[in-house]
Design a protein around this ligand. Structure first.
Ligand code: NAD
Length: 432
């Protein structure tokens, strides 16, 4: 089967490479010429573990190619996945500009029956609206099916998540479309992946409800952590014991500087906005957004509390991406915290194993180190902001010996407070 994926970002390229690995023929399209030029050389423009190898393998085996032409993608494929970005507008709603532009071009290019699959996260009702847009753009009426197939992959483990998903959600209106989608994902039947077949609107809602729930879980444990600090309890043990309850589950119970990244912040805002547009106040999600914002302030307050006045002080920051194993800095808590530290007059030196290039553009005023020890050289405090594996087993003796002052602020609770204090650090974690 020939498939086109439009948008070669984190989701589109992983989708394209993984579907090619399933044995399907893929053409991946992007309107960014530079990205496509790089991909034609087998080089993705972002870091995702295993992706470059998977792209090169499938290119070599002749199942994966790249283009800047939507028309070429549409005319040569039965199924067209839309995987372009849906960032936030000023008012919190999702910006559907790219999605609409692509849908119009798909309509103009249609030359026979197609299945148009929405992979991007879009507000409930979007697929039905896009269906009309495509119909209006068609040169003459051509039958097609619209499908909502939201993506749940996590950056850093996107390939594994795509190849072994917890479930596949398919919102569709025709049996033919469902059959084609099941055929695409037939490799997943071997591993007994559950399929949820439902309507367009329900599939769209599943994505937002899932992300908002996960964001709520993170925010909940952050609030518990904040209270733990005030009552002298250890959130680490609280979260572990809570998580052992099968009804709660262990995941997403790690306190820290608040959620970030390209999905949770914008998707919670879009869900809140969607509710408001329908005359409903989604109070819980509104609070999650507010508490998450406040959590970043709390982290800066924590740093201030240990260091005193920040003006003129030098702070080392370990980790810039919003989570480990990605170079994505979109709405990264680390970047937000650094900006606040700079506003208060501190100097910042930072290191990240993959996100330095992106961070340089966002934070031209900070210095970058070669590694954790280089960053720590002479600093007044060191802040661990993103829990990359490289930062989990630092040579603490060496670190302490190069730091100007031994203040270690561990926003990810990687280190044991007792051990750190024994080693002579002034240590501070979150909620313990
Ligand atoms: P991204 O910004 O990394 O990629 C979007 C790509 O689309 C870019 O390469 C861009 O050049 C391209 N593009 C934009 N307009 C275009 C156009 N008119 N024609 C052709 N190409 C165009 O975004 P992403 O992180 O891959 O997210 C895509 C969607 O998937 C979003 O809706 C997001 O919410 C959702 N999603 C993302 C993740 C994630 O982990 N990043 C996970 C699940 C769902």
């Amino acid at each position: 089967m020939n498939i086109c994926v439009i948008g070669t970002g984190y989701v589109g390229l992983v989708t394209g490479a993984c579907l090619a690995e399933f044995g399907l023929n893929l053409i991946c399209v992007d309107n960014d010429l530079q990205k496509i030029e790089g991909l034609k050389q087998g080089k993705p423009h972002f870091y995702e573990p295993g992706l470059e190898e998977l792209v090169q393998k499938n290119m070599k085996e002749g199942r994966l190619r790249f283009s800047t032409s939507i028309r070429e993608g549409v005319t040569s494929s039965l199924v067209i996945f839309i995987a372009v970005g849906t960032p936030s507008n000023e008012d919190g709603s999702a910006d559907l500009g790219a999605v609409e532009e692509v849908a119009t071009e798909i309509g103009r290019s249609m030359d026979g029956y197609k299945v148009v699959v929405m992979k991007s996260t879009v507000p409930v009702g979007t697929c039905r609206r896009l269906k009309k847009l495509i119909e209006e753009a068609q040169p003459h009426p051509i039958p097609f099916d619209m499908v909502s197939n939201p993506e749940f992959q996590r950056e850093g483990s996107a390939i594994e998540d795509f190849m072994r998903p917890d479930r596949v959600t398919i919102g569709a209106e025709s049996e033919q479309a469902v059959a084609i989608m099941k055929d695409i994902y037939s490799a997943l039947y071997l591993i007994e992946t559950p399929f949820v077949i439902t309507t367009l609107e329900t599939a769209e809602m599943i994505k937002y409800a899932s992300n908002a729930f996960l964001a709520t879980k993170i925010t909940f444990i952050n609030e518990v952590a904040n209270l733990c600090e005030l009552v002298g309890a250890d959130v680490h043990h609280v979260a572990r014991a809570m998580g052992l309850d099968g009804r709660i589950g262990r995941k997403f119970l790690h306190p820290g500087p608040g959620f970030g990244g390209s999905c949770f912040p914008k998707d919670t805002r879009a869900l809140s906005r969607l509710a408001r547009d329908k005359g409903y106040t989604f109070q819980l999600v509104d609070s999650v957004i507010e508490v998450n914002e406040r959590q970043r302030e709390r982290m800066v307050a924590k740093i201030r509390e240990k260091m005193g006045e920040l003006r003129g002080k030098t702070i080392g920051v370990l980790g810039l991406s919003f989570k480990p194993n990605t170079n994505d800095i979109r709405e990264s808590p680390s970047i937000a915290i650094i900006k606040k530290l700079l506003e208060e007059g501190a100097k910042v030196r930072a290191f990240d194993p993959a996100a330095m290039e992106e961070a340089r553009k966002a934070l031209p005023e900070i210095e970058f180190g070669r590694d954790a020890y280089d960053v720590a050289q002479g600093v007044d405090a060191l802040v661990l902001a993103t829990e990359w594996n490289q930062f989990r087993r630092l040579d603490l003796g060496r670190l302490r010996s190069v730091m100007g002052k031994p203040i270690f602020i561990d926003l990810r609770n990687v280190y044991d407070p007792e051990q750190m204090r024994r080693l002579g650090f002034v240590y501070c974690g979150v909620g313990r």
